[in-house]
Design a protein around this ligand. Structure first.
Ligand code: NDP
Length: 285
């Protein structure tokens, strides 16, 4: 039996509440069952000091791969045999894939986001605004740029983190990028096609937390995306829907990064509807 190991640490940071049932595990195993794969997706906590042993164990037991999350996304790289292009640019791995005898680090967060985005708009030649400069913003910024966006604006509270992301996008991904200090309600400029919340604002339990954004500057036809998976109908998602925008919720990104992971590990293209339904059941959406 093939296995997939999920290094669980600080899931509260990802989903906003302690989870007895890891939503990603429920979603992945729903896909495995649906496609008749006799596989498991296990949730296993690995302490930072045990990371090398954890990866060695996955190798020794012939795991097809594993996801890893905070705080292992950067540290895991030292224990792998190579990196995919975007993981290498980002310097962060959330998905490890066994290819032959090698363990290769990939990053599916941004790829999952772009897969959702492409269902609504072709990013080629588009201008995007991203709120946030943390791990999610980094992954999304790199992939949106690789997908052909021509200009990215990073809007972030802390200037130092914002500058780091702008330097990465400008120098390594070679996309025109600028930084806006986020100290008041942001007005989306004319000509912006895509607006993305990649901060943790709105995550359970702070569901009423407001993104400092002038919602009147969201225009009909614009694509507005939120990375928050719990709850999926965030305040931003509701405001953008009311303004006639095309909206992507955080479940879309979560499902799509899962689809890419299952594809890397098994070669099959899993059913998105089955995976989304499993998540909606967990979140009561
Ligand atoms: P990080 O901690 O790395 O970054 C958080 C970002 O949010 C920072 O830019 C931080 O700004 C900003 N931020 C947080 N609170 C505030 C606030 N009150 N006002 C202004 N800015 C704020 O987290 P991640 O990037 O890893 O994760 C962000 C969110 O993305 C999480 O909620 C997670 O659930 C979600 N996510 C969703 C995924 C999905 O598949 N749907 C996948 C991965 C993540 P500053 O730099 O100033 O501190």
């Amino acid at each position: 039996m093939s296995k997939v190991l999920n290094f669980k640490q600080e899931l509260t940071a990802c989903f906003g509440q302690p989870v007895s049932e890891n939503p990603t595990q429920v979603m992945m195993e729903a896909a495995y069952r649906h496609h008749g794969l006799d596989w498991r997706y296990l949730t296993i906590e690995v302490a930072p000091n045990d990371l090398a042993a954890g990866v060695a164990g996955a190798r020794a037991m012939g795991f097809r791969g594993f996801n890893c999350t905070i705080p292992h996304k950067v540290a895991v790289i030292a224990h792998l045999d190579g990196l995919g292009e975007s993981a290498s640019l980002m310097g962060a791995v959330n998905c490890v894939v066994r290819r032959g005898e090698k363990l290769i680090g990939e990053n599916t967060d941004g790829k999952g986001f772009v897969k959702s985005l492409k269902e609504l708009v072709d990013p080629t030649g588009k201008r995007a605004v991203i709120f946030g400069a943390g791990g999610a913003a980094r992954a999304i910024g790199v992939e949106v740029a690789l997908a052909g966006a021509t200009e990215i604006t990073i809007v972030n509270r802390s200037p130092s983190r914002g500058k780091e992301l702008v330097a990465l996008l400008t120098d390594k991904v070679r996309v025109k990028t600028n930084l806006v200090a986020w100290d008041q309600d942001y007005v989306v400029p004319e000509g912006v096609d895509i607006v993305i919340n990649a901060t943790s604002i709105g995550l359970f339990p702070d569901v009423d937390a407001r993104l400092a954004l002038d919602v009147n500057s969201l225009r009909s036809g614009m694509v507005v995306a939120d990375v928050i998976p719990n709850p999926p109908k965030t305040r931003l998602v509701r405001d953008a829907t009311a303004r006639g925008c095309k909206v992507i919720d955080g479940l879309g990104m979560l499902v799509n990064q899962g689809i890419i992971g299952v594809h890397y590990w098994s070669g099959i293209e899993p059913d998105a509807a089955v995976m989304r339904k499993a998540l909606e059941d967990v979140f009561g959406a």
